[in-house]
Design a protein around this ligand. Structure first.
Ligand SMILES: [Zn+2]
Length: 564
């Protein structure tokens, strides 16, 4: 087995062995590698290309530092009886023996016992300067970073304090050779700047920080990040999302059902954005917000001269949504005539503009939404049965916020980001107390109400502060306040909401509410919450059952289905 021994050169017992058959080179017990200097050169260049000069320098300097420390330990074990001064001189020898650079001391003034260290060395034939010049050309600054790291790592380990070497001449800059000076770090004037080259780089931290900044900017630029607003982990939310995904894959007409403020339009936008129509337009229209006499021209467009004032022809929302998605909110509010025309578009894809005889065709996916019971509207004759069946092919219930309370923390964060960006104010978060209050609130106004509260909180709170209860609940209106104040599990009124009682009372006074009215609302709400069970309603109100029964009788407000 061929083996090379450097005993004579290093005057040490068998420090280096090269065992080709085993594929191992060891120096003492350390596994060593024989690499092409050109490969190191390529690694250096890639580091510089991907991380930039400063970060590449740090990575390589730190690598050299570790290498120097390892050699110091190795030499100390091999020469247990050598003095520190002798061990120091082994550093340059090791550096030379490893093929890195030929080192000759120029000036040494070292007294380790008295913590004195000054060394000046000549580096000839530096491998690092060579590969740098080969791959990058001459550099304006010294480039032997791995080697400097090594000198610092080796010397600091032997001396037992931080010794910093600097390259004052470098072949990588075109000098004839490299020259380095080393002394304790505190003796360098620019110690702080130099020490930075030895610090680790936190690329991941920086990327995360940049991602946060991008997200922040994105929210501030685009108010309608549909998927971005759809956040949640609750089962109710997941179930709805699953249905939305299924619907998005097809062209089916979707009917979104749910209370006011649950975010039906957000779900409609999300559906559009993940569907094959995403590259085309999403056109929303709120049927309840447009006067009955204008809704048809709004939906189907107008031809010039159709009626007084129609001086220009213009397309309606159906035409604008061609190839995309039309979102008809509050579809239950449509007039009979508009209902008939929509049914025709759904069946044949055809319509005419108002005042026009030409039939137009469109390809539109319809997403409708309602917060009323359409089936009941059909039974009452207010809504066409055939249109109802057309719309109700794929109904999706969007849950009220009180059924997805687990999502409140996520939604709060989402709205905090959105509104701190919009109002240009950094808000550090929300207090635990405020979050508890939000979790206990009943949310009659759903997500829209939560969003409004958070926006108000962002406006009211000081910069770099947490939003507290008083900024979120400054003026809850009476009936809703009642719902919220007692909404805690087990029915105890949360202490956190007590502060908002003042605001509720003020609000009640502003509305000139009488004591009787307030009492009546409280009684009714308690009975409703207890599903008509008077005993538990009485517990909610902190009174006895007979007291409650007496008061209800006084107001003759005994609701149907009241039980004990
Ligand atoms: Zn150099």
């Amino acid at each position: 087995m061929p083996s090379i021994e450097l005993n004579s050169y290093m005057d040490m017992p068998s420090p280096l062995s090269v065992e080709f058959q085993k594929g191992r080179i060891t120096l003492e017990k350390h596994r060593m590698l024989m690499l092409h200097a050109g490969a190191m050169g390529s690694l250096r260049r890639e580091l510089m290309d991907t991380l930039g000069m400063e970060w590449a320098r740090r990575v390589l300097t730190r690598m050299g530092f570790v290498s120097g420390e390892l050699d110091a330990g190795l030499v100390r074990r091999l020469m247990p009886n050598a003095s520190d001064d002798d061990l120091l001189l082994m550093g340059p020898m090791m550096h030379s023996a490893e093929g890195i650079v030929r080192v000759s001391p120029l000036k040494l003034d070292i007294d380790i016992a008295n913590q004195k260290y000054y060394a000046e060395m000549l580096w000839e034939d530096s491998f690092e300067a060579e590969v740098h010049v080969k791959s990058m050309g001459l550099s304006p600054e010294a480039v032997c970073w791995i080697q400097i790291g090594y000198a610092c790592g080796y010397t600091s380990a032997i001396v037992g304090k931080r010794i910093l070497y600097k390259e004052v001449e470098c072949a990588g800059c075109g000098d004839r050779h490299c020259r380095i000076i080393g002394k304790p770090i505190e003796e360098w004037e620019d110690a702080e700047a130099e020490a930075r080259h030895f610090e680790p780089i936190r690329v991941a931290d920086q990327i995360i920080q940049l991602q946060e900044e991008v997200q922040h900017l994105r929210y501030s630029i685009d108010d309608q990040v549909a998927m971005g607003e759809m956040v949640g982990t609750s089962n109710a939310f997941r179930d709805t999302c699953e249905l939305i995904h299924k619907a998005a894959d097809s062209q089916v007409t979707v009917l979104l059902l749910g209370e006011t403020g649950v975010g039906k339009e957000v779900f409609a936008r999300s559906l559009h954005s993940i569907s094959t129509r995403a590259k085309n337009t999403f056109v929303p229209i709120n049927c309840a917000a447009i006067p009955e006499e204008l809704i048809e021209s709004e939906l189907f467009g107008v031809e010039k001269g159709a009626y007084t004032g129609a001086q220009h022809s213009r397309p309606g929302r159906f035409e604008r949504a061609h190839g995309g998605t039309l979102f008809l909110d509050e579809v239950g509010e449509l007039s009979a005539s508009a209902q008939a025309k929509i049914l025709r578009v759904l069946q044949d894809g055809e319509f005419e503009r108002i005042g026009d005889t030409r039939t137009r065709r469109v390809d539109v996916r319809l997403v409708a939404a309602t917060n009323v019971d359409l089936k009941q509207a059909v039974e009452a004759g207010r809504f066409r049965a055939d249109l109802y069946y057309r719309l109700n092919i794929f109904p999706v219930i969007v849950p009220p916020l009180r059924e997805r309370k687990d999502d409140i923390p996520l939604l709060v964060n989402r709205f905090l980001e959105k509104y701190s960006a919009r109002h240009g104010k950094r808000v550090t978060g929300i207090t635990e107390r405020a979050m508890e209050t939000l979790m206990k609130f009943d949310w009659p106004g759903n997500i829209r109400e939560l969003e409004n509260m958070i926006e108000r909180g962002v406006i009211l709170v000081g910069p770099n502060q947490h939003i507290d209860v008083k900024q979120i609940f400054p003026c809850v209106d009476l009936s809703r306040g009642m719902a919220g104040a007692g909404a805690g599990p087990g029915g105890e009124a949360p202490r956190e909401a007590a502060g908002s009682l003042d605001h509720m009372v003020e609000s009640a006074l502003n509305q000139s509410a009488s004591l009787e009215q307030i009492e009546q609302i409280m009684l009714t709400k308690a009975v409703e919450r207890s599903n008509g069970n008077l005993s538990s309603a009485a517990r909610l109100l902190n009174m006895t059952r007979p007291q409650l029964a007496y008061r209800l009788k006084k107001y003759q407000a005994v609701p149907d289905g009241v039980t004990d």
